[in-house]
Design a protein around this ligand. Structure first.
Ligand SMILES: [Zn+2]
Length: 169
């Protein structure tokens, strides 16, 4: 891993108070996390704010990293967008290191009732055929295809289990 030199660190300063007003407004090249998009779309004229967990989701970093690097307990959506568009060195480094590793956040959506949770996988999960809340019965799901085997993974998010239909070799 490359160590950033001081000059490299200084070339990526945190967003200053006046820097957002420079030049014509451009749309960011990257697509922001849906949480940020939704927050900004729904509350673009008000002072919508995100808590630290939501900020971490929007930036796709673990909450501990956000806390360690001085992310406050609440930030406005526009501040988070500025951070996302002009990441400070620690954030840029984290993104560079994260390439190809397991996702930090995953969207879990119940197949049966549409309940959504954004969770941090503690381990690799297989590609689930279905994700459902713990309190549904498997019988509420479509039957597996003929000859396919169904297996379950407990402890997915806070209230889900994952269902994998697979074909025996
Ligand atoms: Zn459900």
């Amino acid at each position: 891993m490359a160590i950033l030199t001081l000059s490299e660190l200084l070339s990526h300063p945190p967003q200053g108070p006046h820097s957002t007003n420079k030049g014509p407004k451009e749309s960011p090249a990257r697509t922001l996390h849906p949480i940020l998009d939704n927050t900004m779309a729904n509350n673009s004229s008000s002072h919508s704010s995100l808590n630290r967990r939501q900020v971490a989701q929007a930036l796709n970093i673990p909450p501990e990293m956000a806390a360690r690097n001085g992310i406050p307990s609440r930030m406005s959506a526009s501040e988070v967008a500025a951070l996302d568009a002009n990441p400070p060195a620690w954030l840029a480094q984290s993104r560079a290191n994260a390439t190809g590793k397991r996702p930090i956040w995953v969207d879990l959506r119940c197949y049966l009732c549409d309940f959504l949770e954004v969770a941090r996988p503690k381990k690799w999960w297989p590609e689930f055929t279905y994700v459902i809340c713990d309190f549904h019965e498997n019988s509420e799901l479509p039957d597996p295809k003929a000859g396919w085997r169904r297996s379950e993974y407990d402890g997915v998010g806070s209230r889900f289990r994952g269902i994998v239909d697979s074909q025996d070799d």
